[in-house]
Ligand binder design. Structure first.
Ligand code: ZN
Length: 685
């Protein structure tokens, strides 16, 4: 098998760029501006820092309310990511009390957090990093901490200490594993004194066994470049790992069906929606074929921080069905919690017993999360875990932090607090996946937005390519990773299948179809033009719904956790208008189609419902249709929209509300909801 080595790490420090940061953040002082610059350099390299991992600090002088100058530690605040950190992400704490705290015999987590908050210069700041005491203790001005892959491959070994001495030399302090937080700060304080008295100098960096690396310096550049130099030494010490052969990375039907089956099994086990996301690059598929997979993959996380994202170990699917595999994973997870809690003499509130990482031989790694962003973080972390395991195994034997120590971190309140910070507001459709057709405008657009607001992940489709433009303007921060846009012409069966496949590829499956796309042709049926319009409309306004519903139903049945097919019928289904036969006839049939699906799919727990909306200003009324429909009812266009019992205009948002309701109304099927301001002639009967 060919061997490969990743490109060696290089310093990306540029004096001109540093100067630009000093200009931009001049108001915060040069120290903090430089702190932001090199923190971002570290944070934007995933081989050094992943998703909120790592932390940095600078010691500076601040002024209090009375104008007195105070020595402070500006350290990364909880909830900030080094890749995008701003000056506000470095809360300033009075330095002297933090240094004193490192000399205390003991301190609880709660006492530590309280003391850090008490010493904040600005009480409105975010919580300082749990490593703030350690940053305070280290004498250098700038301090950087990462969980670099190459360093982890070296420290996740049984004989890490010897290896570190030979790789990093005698100027580096090796710290045997202890829990992060106060205990680590205290331990470093003791080891530091020992190092100094034995060697008559101070260490230049610090390697934390099974955890990561600290570098420091009097300037941001010195600390950063020392980090890069040390990580490069670790990289050079690693033998070339086996290079995976090339293989398809596109998702195929086999991977889609595994994702559907897992989503279904998880939904049945937890009664909530989950997102499943594949990582199937050649290196991931290659990893699943390791002869020792059952051993290496179950050793634990590469660095303790990862446990809150990936759990201690992945599930290996093997020949089992997902339900069976999940049940046995849950059993062994529960046993692990019980065993560790007993050993540590603690009682804990057990977290969920479900895996986040599933290894499927030949196919790759299926990542699970309560949202797409969670599943993506799991995927990113596990991709690096795979590289670390491969490198560590090539070097010696992968032996990361043990079960009990991981348990301490997994059930550490300060770690769980990190997740709580990121938690999004829960909606009725959290974890559910919806697909909307005809979403470029009008009801489809409003419904897509309403589904997102209710917490769903949404595949937004339209035959109009402008759907992609419109959607790209939606706020990513508000709906991170929760929507994708696809061009889909519902009159083409291939497009309908591709749209459902897109839902599986992006989110792992499908729970809600909003079959909305349609046209509004008119004409007299006894005339040739009306006959032609009817035939075309049957394709566009009936058979398109059928082929979209059929593709969606097949995915929902494969998932086995219910789902709902929602159709945009029209009041024309109940109250046809003059010269509007080509529209009304297929719409009446859509209601029949919905009822048939409700009957045929009830046994699968799949519901089917329709909306009977009327006179909503959408592009269906363009090109003279509005004037013609108003004339057919003997009304002016403005009277036309208000001619209902409530004398109010019905908007696309009103229809969207009803779709969201039907998407979550678990006991409602075969139902038509009217959204038209009230029209006795169109009451469903
Ligand atoms: Zn760390």
């Amino acid at each position: 098998m060919p061997r490969y080595k990743p490109l060696p790490m290089k310093s990306r420090y540029e004096a001109a760029e540093a100067e630009r940061f000093c200009q931009q953040y001049g108001a915060y002082g040069r120290d903090l501006a430089m702190r932001v610059y090199t923190s971002r350099l570290l944070g934007s390299d995933p081989a050094l820092v992943l998703h909120g991992g790592g932390n940095t600090s600078v010691k500076a002088t601040a002024h209090d309310l009375y104008g007195d100058s105070v020595e402070v530690l500006c350290v990364k605040g909880s909830g900030w990511d080094l890749a995008s950190i701003e000056p506000a992400g470095f809360p300033a704490c009075r330095l002297a009390p933090l240094r004193r705290a490192c000399q205390l015999e003991r301190m609880t987590d709660e006492e530590m957090v309280a003391e850090l908050r008490r010493q904040l210069m600005d009480p409105a700041s975010p919580n300082p990093s749990v490593e703030a005491l350690l940053h305070a203790y280290l004498p250098a001005k700038f301090v950087d901490h990462t969980h670099a892959d190459a360093v982890l491959a070296v420290v996740d070994q049984a004989d890490a200490e010897q290896r570190c001495h030979s790789i990093f030399g005698d100027d580096v302090l090796f710290v045997p594993y202890v829990m992060p937080g106060f205990v680590l700060a205290r331990r470093v304080a003791q080891l530091w004194d020992g190092f100094k008295s034995a060697r008559r100098r101070e260490p230049t960096a610090m390697i934390l066994d099974k955890h990561g690396i600290f570098s420091w310096g009097e300037t941001a550049q010195e600390s950063y470049e020392r980090m890069i130099a040390l990580v490069t030494r670790a990289e050079q010490a690693l033998p070339a790992a086996a290079a995976p052969s090339d293989g398809p990375t596109e998702l195929d039907d086999e991977r889609r069906s595994v994702a559907l089956a897992f989503r279904g099994a998880l939904a049945r086990a937890t009664e909530r929606g989950w997102i499943a996301h594949w990582r199937s690059a050649p290196k991931m598929a290659h990893f699943t074929r390791r002869a020792d997979l059952a051993k290496v993959s179950q050793q634990g996380c590469a660095t303790p921080d990862h446990v809150i994202r990936t759990k201690r170990s992945p599930l290996i699917l093997g020949d089992r069905q997902p339900d069976e595999a999940l049940a046995s994973y849950a059993k062994s997870y529960d046993e692990y919690v019980e065993r560790c809690a007993r050993e540590r003499h603690v009682t804990v509130k057990k977290l969920d017993s479900l895996p986040r990482v599933v290894l499927v031989r030949d196919l790759g790694v299926l990542c699970l999360g309560k949202s797409k962003s969670d599943a993506m973080i799991v995927g990113d972390i596990y991709e690096h875990t795979v590289e670390i395991i491969e490198a560590a195994s090539a070097l010696g034997e992968y032996r990361p932090v043990g079960e009990l120590d991981l348990f301490d971190v997994e059930y550490w309140s300060l770690e769980q607090a990190k997740l709580a910070l990121k938690k999004q507001a829960a909606g009725a459709l959290e974890g559910k996946v919806a697909l909307v057709t005809g979403a470029a405008s009008g009801i489809g657009l409003a419904t897509s937005r309403a589904l997102l607001a209710a917490g769903a992940h949404v595949v937004v489709t339209d035959r109009d390519e402008r759907v992609l433009d419109a959607v790209s303007e939606w706020p990513q921060e508000k709906y991170p990773d929760r929507f994708v846009a696809r061009v889909c012409d519902v009159t083409k069966e291939r497009d309908c299948r591709a749209a459902v496949a897109a839902a599986c590829d992006a989110f792992g499956g499908l729970d809600v179809l909003v079959s909305n796309a349609g046209t509004a042709p008119s004409g007299l049926l006894h005339e040739a033009s009306g006959d032609t319009a009817l035939r075309r409309s049957l394709e566009e306004n009936l058979l398109s719904h059928q082929q979209m519903a059929r593709a969606a139903a097949q995915a929902m049945i494969a998932q086995g956790c219910g789902g709902v097919l929602l159709f945009n019928a029209s009041k024309s289904a109940f109250n046809p208008g003059a010269e509007f036969g080509p529209y009304a006839i297929p719409k009446a049939a859509v209601v029949a189609l919905m009822r048939q699906y409700a009957i045929d799919l009830g046994a699968h727990g799949i519901r089917a419902n329709a909306i009977n909306a009327d006179r909503v200003r959408t592009k269906l009324f363009d090109e003279g249709v509005l004037e013609a429909r108003a004339r057919a009812r003997g009304l002016s266009p403005s009277e036309y929209f208000r001619a209902n019992l409530l004398s109010r205009e019905t908007t696309a948002e009103h229809v969207a509300e009803a779709f969201v309701f039907l998407a979550s109304a678990e006991a409602t099927t075969g139902c038509v909801i009217t959204v038209d301001g009230g029209n006795p002639a169109a009451f469903p009967r």
